[in-house]
Every structure is written in C-alpha cells, then in structure tokens.
Design a protein. Structure first.
Length: 507
C-alpha cells in the first residue's frame, strides 16, 4: 500500500485538509537533532520515511541529509554534515527556497539539546503520519461508497471486504513500551510491591553495568592504567578475572589510551602478555586507540564522529576512556561544561549501546567516594558505578617491586562488594590480582599504626579515607572476629567515640 503525504491534501475537502494531524515541533526537533549530532541518523535511518514528514520544507531537508549521508557512506566515511554542507546541498538541488531558505535552516538548531530524544520525536511524527494515512484511506472508501463504483461496477460486499483489508493492512503495529522488562508503565501500590523486576545486567559483575556508565577515580600513579589495560584484555574470556570479577560472556573492548604515550602503553601490554595469567586472551576482541599527536577533544564533532566510527568498527561492548583530562579541553569545574561532557558520553552510549568507563583523577583524598573526583559533581553523578583507588603502597619483595592499592566501589545497580586490594607484581605469573584487605601484612600494618586502642576516626586517619569508608572497613573486621569493641562511646554533646582493639591485644 502506498503511503500518503501532505501533498495529497488537495484530494480532501478543504475543511479536512487544513486540519490534518501533524506535529511540526517534533519534525523540527528531529532535523535539528540531526544537525547538532550527526550520529542521530543511526537511530532513525530506515525507520523514518521522507513522506512521513508533513511539511514539504522538512521533506526537502530530510531528503538532502539522506543524500549527503548515502554518498559519504558509499565513500567509506562516517556521515558528517552541518548547516554549511546542508545549505550547499540544497542549493545544488535547487531546493533551498523550497526548504525555507538559509534562515529557516539555521533556526532548526536553536534550543536543541546535545542529547536529543530522537526516538521519541520520531514516534510522534510517525503516529501523526499514520493518522493522516487513515484519513486519506477512509475518505477514499467514502468516495467509493458514494459513487458505488471504482472504475467499474463494484458490489457492496466487495467494497466492504476491500475496505476492511485496506484498513487492516494500514494498521500500525502496537508499540511495546517496556519498563523493567515487564511491559507495564504504571502500577497500584500493591501491584508494584508484588512485581518482580529483573536485576540490571552487568558485563563485568560489580563494576560495569551493560550499556551503563562507570567512573574510575584515583590520584596519579595509582595503577589505574594497569587496571584498565588488564581488565580489557582479560574480559575477552568468560570466567572470574583478576580472581574476583565474574564475566559471563567474552567482551569486546575498545581502550582509548590517551593518558600515556603509546610506547609506554605498549611496554605494559608486552609485560602482561608474557605472563601465564594473560595467555588465553582473545586478542581479536581487544582493540586499542593510542594517544595521537595533539591529543583528543571529545567535544569536537570530528573527534566525536571518529570515536563512534571506531566503536562501530570494533563492534565494542565496552569502551574505556583513559584519562578524562586528555580528552576534554573544557573547564571540568564548570557544572554547565561538565554536564555537556556527560551528555556527550550519553550520546555515545545511546547511539552505540556500549558501556562507557571513564578514568578520572581524584583531588579530595579524604572525601567520601562520591565526592572524591576532580571537578563538578555532575561527573560522579553521571556514573552508574564509581570505582575508587586509594592508599597505594610500594615495597621490594625478593628483589621485585610489588605495588598495592585499595579499591572501593559504589554501584547504583548492585549490592556493593567489600573493598579489596589490587596487587601489581610483575615478577609473578599472575601479575595483577585482587585480594582481601584483611591479609596478614595489612593487619600488621594497621596494628602498628593504631596502637592498642583506637576509634573509627583514628582508623579513618590511618587509612586516609572518609569516616564512612572506615566504618565499612571496621564492620567487616568485626564480622571476621579480627576486631572487638573495648568501650562504648559516651553519649551527649561532649561524648566520645567507641574504642576498639584487635583481637588478642590486651588479653
């Protein structure tokens, strides 16, 4: 069945033709979103048809955009267009005036957010187009019923059967609006309490939600680049990686490594791949984007499109940006600019479906995990999980340097695991591993620094962490019968804190 467009309005009575359903704001929003973020075309290409736009100007503009993109794709390029390119295209087609002229094109991007819900706007436009098709169809049926003929004699039954068939073939498929995997949008209190919602799926349990966002924060030289490199390599196989992190199926990872020069990253990779722990890496599933001369600015459209192209080429499940300060030239302390950066990562995630992991620096060492990262709070607020590295130590064991760092995670989508210690020992066959904090060496160090009796604030000071983090550590040590309470804290305005000691001390 052919689609009806606004150009067929002349076949309708005037009073109907001038009131056909349409949402011009939604149409403008789609076109504006395409110009602001070319990757939006991936969301609607093949879904939205030119004649589903009501306004002829919009049809000309959308047709020109598709023409530009098709030529670029045929030449092996990612679609890239802006107002200048679009205006030139319409001029070449002698359609610039029909499209409303250059001023109208410029007005399309006014007020369009960086992250646009193009799918929502497209649904509105397609719904209005379906209503218009139905109006044209039923008007045609009416005319045939009035005339009693359609080029030749037609029985009433034949007309009825034809009308029913035409309406059924034009009926749009019902939309599936899914919330929590159960197809419901709203609930009564009792219904909601009885519903079972599936837990969010993770690519890597504990740290990386599928199609989600993760933030790694640490001070410089705190092993974060070793961690992300090992993570990306080992996750190419299912199983427990680093001894603690379950991977349910192999992950395709793109590591955008711009913190260090390529030679340094290459040296790290060679050292790891020589060890038994990394012998079963599926190298085809891991791809690295090394630091280019001049760096990257993800807010520039050219770099944004290039990153999208690399993600698509590798068919990545996870993309790791290491590190933020080398991909963003704006003011990280500005709430507005930081929000724009987060929106950019949301675009990457929404367009490609990847999980995004961003490596960032810490500048508040005694702050709570959600307040420790540099810059605006928009950044940790954006992340579904925050992974913090702290308390790095270095020691020489059997002439080999062994480094450790403590890792704490705040995951909005899953129960938080206890903090762990990451060990980097390049002399070992398992050079990178995660282990419990309460090993013998860790306890011995704490015993020596805290003395015979101490408070949770003393523990926080020794660990150089926020008191809330120290409380979590304390609860775990008490549950493991490593620590016990000596005295209760005194109540009142001038009361003191409870005091603790390690089991076996003072007996």
């Amino acid at each position: 069945m052919s689609r009806f467009s606004s150009s067929r309005s002349s076949s309708l009575p005037v009073d109907i033709a001038k009131n056909l359903p349409a949402n011009l704001d939604a149409e403008r929003s789609i076109l504006g979103a395409l110009l602001v973020n070319n990757a939006t075309l991936n969301e609607i290409a093949g879904e939205l048809h030119i004649d589903e736009l009501f306004l002829p100007q919009h049809q000309h503009i959308f047709k020109a955009i598709l023409g530009i993109a098709q030529r670029q794709v045929a030449a092996g390029q990612a679609p890239a267009f802006d107002l200048v390119i679009l205006t030139e295209e319409l001029q070449q087609l002698a359609k610039l005036d029909a499209a409303g002229g250059a001023p109208y094109l410029a007005s399309l991007v006014d007020g369009v957010p960086r992250v646009s819900n193009a799918q929502h706007y497209m649904a509105i436009v397609k719904e209005k187009a379906a209503l218009r098709r139905l109006i044209h169809l039923t008007h045609n049926i009416q005319q045939r019923a009035f005339d009693g003929r359609d080029g030749e004699d037609e029985s009433t039954q034949a007309l009825y059967d034809s009308a029913i068939q035409s309406i059924q073939s034009a009926s749009p498929k019902p939309k599936q609006m899914i919330v929590g995997g159960n197809g419901r949008l709203s609930y009564s209190v009792d219904e909601f309490l009885q519903e079972q919602f599936p837990a969010p799926e993770h690519l890597i349990e504990w740290i990386a939600p599928k199609s989600g966002s993760a933030l790694v924060i640490a001070k410089p030289h705190h092993l974060k680049s070793w961690y992300t490199l090992a993570l990306g390599l080992l996750a190419t196989r299912d199983g427990d990686i680093l001894g603690r992190l379950p991977v349910h199926k192999p992950i395709r990872t793109l590591l955008i490594s711009v913190e260090d020069f390529p030679g340094e990253t290459q040296q790290r990779m060679n050292l790891l791949l020589q060890r038994d722990q990394f012998q079963h890496v599926d190298r085809a599933l891991f791809r690295i984007f090394p630091r280019p001369i001049g760096g990257i600015d993800i807010m520039q459209e050219a770099w944004y499109q290039r990153v999208l192209k690399e993600i698509d080429k590798h068919k990545a499940d996870l993309v790791i940006f290491d590190v933020l300060r080398r991909i963003f030239a704006g003011d990280i302390n500005s709430p507005k600019e930081a929000a724009g950066l987060c929106e950019r990562f949301e675009c990457i995630r929404d367009v490609t479906g990847v999980a995004v992991m961003l490596v960032h620096h810490e500048n508040r060492k005694e702050a709570d995990i959600m307040s420790a990262s540099a810059g605006s709070f928009n950044i940790p607020g954006w992340a579904n999980s925050v992974i913090r590295f702290q308390r790095k130590t270095d020691e020489v064991i059997a002439e080999s340097k062994v480094s450790t760092v403590e890792i704490e995670v705040d995951n909005k989508f899953a129960p938080n695991s206890d903090p762990v210690r990451m060990v980097l020992d390049l002399a070992a066959e398992n050079p990178i591993r995660l282990e419990d904090l309460e090993d013998a060496s860790g306890l011995a160090e704490l015993r020596e620094q805290l003395g015979s009796e101490w408070t949770v604030n003393d523990l926080a000071q020794v660990l150089t962490v926020h008191p809330s983090n120290a409380k979590r550590r304390l609860k775990k040590m008490i549950a493991a019968d490593l620590v016990e309470k000596v005295t209760e804290g005194r109540r009142g305005r001038h009361g003191g804190l409870a005091r603790f000691h390690f089991v076996g001390e003072g007996d």
